[in-house]
Design a protein around this ligand. Sequence first.
Ligand code: SF4
Ligand code: SF4
Length: 70
Amino acid sequence: MKSMEKVKIDSEKCKGCHLCVYFCPSKCLKISDKINKSGYKYAVFVNKDKCKSCGFCFLVCSDVAIEVFK
Ligand code: SF4
Ligand code: SF4
């Protein structure tokens, strides 16, 4: 069975503020070079093996673009 992603980011809700990238203690997130429909470079989940499902990224995102699964 394929394992579920620990973090899901809605690229269309993201405003590219960098907060989740800054606060992730495991450096799992980065800002992509791609642009969403609103014109923002959005956050992507890149370092999947290091994610601790701590939820910091979810807590700091005021645009509710991130979901974290245990
Ligand atoms: S905190 Fe939210 S809005 Fe800001 S870059 Fe991360 S996902 Fe995007
Ligand atoms: S859940 Fe924690 S470790 Fe995983 S991406 Fe978010 S802030 Fe980083």
